[in-house]
Design a protein around this ligand. Structure first.
Ligand code: SF4
Length: 235
């Protein structure tokens, strides 16, 4: 079976039917602002020193003072290895590695999937994915969990070394989060992988209206029409 693109897994984690539409339209170009936001992720030290005026000219999504405070908090958290938590729960001192990664924009191919990882950290080996969007209140979004596990497994296969987790950066917000490889997350990844491998024709619509309302394919999918019909008592 051929390898799947990371982006297909990420889309299917949101909704398998959405992946069906994406594949039909071959709609995979990132919006124009994405490369500019990703570029912030290699300039954190400069951004920490930048004036409010300079920060206001960057593609950030908060005010300059909020951005600086958040990035400062991120740096301090990632440099803090002196807390009293057990070793396995301690944050890793990864700030410097994230600011000066061993490799950037690397194509990695695993047993089941492939794609670009935006940074590679060493000691321990871990991939970094950069999101142009906003972070959730805690952790990362469901689609990003699946993408992170896919990237970690592909990197481990590619380099022949175990990988214990992945990092998600949200540079427009100054937020960086770790995604450890847990049994639950690996199970979630395997379920999505199987769904994509078995995709044959349009999968059923989701019942999750929140996801459908935010979906670019709501009209194509017929969800909006169905909602109107439901409102009118025909659905
Ligand atoms: S509108 Fe809903 S069911 Fe249809 S593709 Fe989008 S998320 Fe999936």
């Amino acid at each position: 079976m051929s390898r799947l693109a990371f982006s297909d897994l990420r889309t299917a984690a949101y909704c398998p039917r959405k992946l069906y539409y994406v594949r039909q339209e071959d709609d995979r170009e990132p919006p124009p602002r994405v490369p500019q936001i990703r570029a912030l992720a290699t300039q954190y030290e400069r951004l920490l020193e930048a004036s409010d005026t300079a920060l206001a000219g960057e593609p950030i999504e908060t005010t300059p003072s909020v951005y600086r405070a958040q990035l400062c908090h991120t740096r301090d958290r990632l440099q803090d290895t002196t807390c009293s938590r057990p070793e396995s729960e301690q944050p890793q001192n990864r700030w410097e590695a994230l600011c000066s990664p061993a490799e950037t924009d690397v194509f990695v191919a695993g047993r089941d999937c492939h794609g670009i990882v935006h940074k590679i950290l060493t000691d321990p080996l871990e991939p970094v994915l950069i999101s142009a969007g906003s972070p959730p209140d805690q952790g990362v979004w469901e689609t990003q969990r699946v993408h992170a596990v896919a990237a970690a497994k592909a990197l481990a296969w590619d380099r022949g070394e175990p990988v214990g987790g992945a990092w998600l950066e949200f540079p427009a917000y100054g937020v960086i989060r770790h995604v450890p490889m847990t049994t639950r997350r690996k199970g979630e990844y395997r379920r999505v992988l199987r769904t994509v491998q078995e995709l044959d024709g349009p999968p059923p619509r989701l019942h999750n209206r929140e996801k459908c309302h935010a979906c670019a394919y709501a009209d194509t999918c017929g969800v909006r029409t169905r909602s109107l019909r439901s409102l009118l008592g025909f659905g």
